[in-house]
Design a binder for this molecule. Sequence first.
Ligand code: GRF
Length: 194
Amino acid sequence: MSRRKVGILISGRGSNMSALIEAAKAPDYPAEIVGVLSNRAAAPGLRTAAAQGIATASLAQSKFPTREMFEDTMTQVLESWEVEIVCLAGFMRILGADFVNHWRGRMINIHPSLLPDYRGLHTHERVLADGRTEHGCTVHFVTPGLDEGPAILQARVPVLPGDTPDSLAARVLVEEHRIYPEALRLLASGKVAL
Ligand code: GRF
């Protein structure tokens, strides 16, 4: 079986990255994780990936004169790893149209809400403030509009009495770790396309 080569973009702890790395250890998984790229050198996920023998790199956007030059360099690093599919996993930068279009149909993201509801940041706080009874997460294709691309998979969780942003985030995160590897499996095996 030929496995699709995947690069993961992170900014922080990388728990979704770890879920993808674990899933890709299964012999019948249709993708392999070939590299992890962070925009923050201090991202804990970089050490986690390196400890598993995965190639890592970090690039600070502030070191580049323009966002386009930063993003072109990210593409060069990913392509030096022969990446075919990009997974955003807590990558906390808005990406420009050139980068997004370069990876169109080949780049997916995990977002902690039931899109199209609650695009953007602080989703758990906003769900609680609105008194919603249901929340969840979405894996979607990345398109130029923020958190706007078509969904591949979603998972729902209840909002429970007494929930805090942290308790709700933890319940959603369990589902993120379940559906992200499943969505990547669908894309890498050609069962979904943009
Ligand atoms: C997750 O909640 C993900 O949905 C969001 O950023 C967070 C990243 O967490 N995009 P982690 O770095 O994967 O642990």
